[in-house]
Design a protein around this ligand. Sequence first.
Ligand code: UTP
Length: 277
Amino acid sequence: MIRKCLFPAAGYGTRFLPATKAMPKEMLPIVNKPLIQYAVEEARDAGLQHMAIVTGRGKRALEDHFDISYELEHQIRGTEKEKFLAGTRELIETCTFAYTRQVEMKGLGHAILSGRPLIGDEPFAVVLADDLCLNLQGDGVLAQMIKLYKKFRCSIVAIQEVPRDQTHKYGVIAGELISEGIYRVNSMVEKPAPEDAPSNLAIIGRYILTPDIFDLIADTQPGKGGEIQITDALMKQAQNGCVLAYKFEGLRFDCGGAEGYIDATNFCYEQLYLKGL
Ligand code: UTP
């Protein structure tokens, strides 16, 4: 079954400059917890135990976050502040963390390919930590997708309906509805203008990928924006076999930009932090 989760976290985060000049975007806090921790918790809650993080220059803080800080922990031992580190400590104790560097930022597809040595020849999940997904009503988005994978055994992308004038920010799919909320993908277009978009079903930052995706990415030429796009490789996979798109249950905040980040902060403050969750 699926054991590993890949977190591509090597991007420059230019939409959040200057905050992201010396600090990874994935370390931006939503209230008091960094985005990467929400992402790892979602993966852990979906039953995944091995976390594989693709980092880049200036991303050391990610590794330090999932490590023990002896001095700090000694300092707060026995005080009520200890509880603030309990969640991180639990992740460190129950999951493994492995890292690799993407040396040149050649796009999401390339970042996923850089993670190949950490994943090997098995199906895996991909989480983009700057897309914060929360489902207070039930299973997290990745857990929902893993259930689906058990049934269909093929690559799955999470999708969301977006306003037509937003399609240029996403990979957009066209597909045939096979059951409620589940589409079999026929085509995918990266960041289409509204008039070229095949639908308003946009891919967000959650994927389940079968390992044949690696060879497909390796054969993919740079596409839109000169980057190696995961959507191009997924399109080949859809043509060769099957890729599903899944309209997930829950909320998604695009924390790579100010608006989504503020919405996520307000939501988490009211729904989680004030309730002590
Ligand atoms: P984004 O499109 O959000 O790019 O990448 P970005 O560089 O992080 O942010 P902006 O647009 O400049 O503000 C989507 C995800 O893919 C990762 C990013 O870290 C993010 O999680 N990524 C992107 C890589 O790991 N490597 C890349 O070369 C590109």
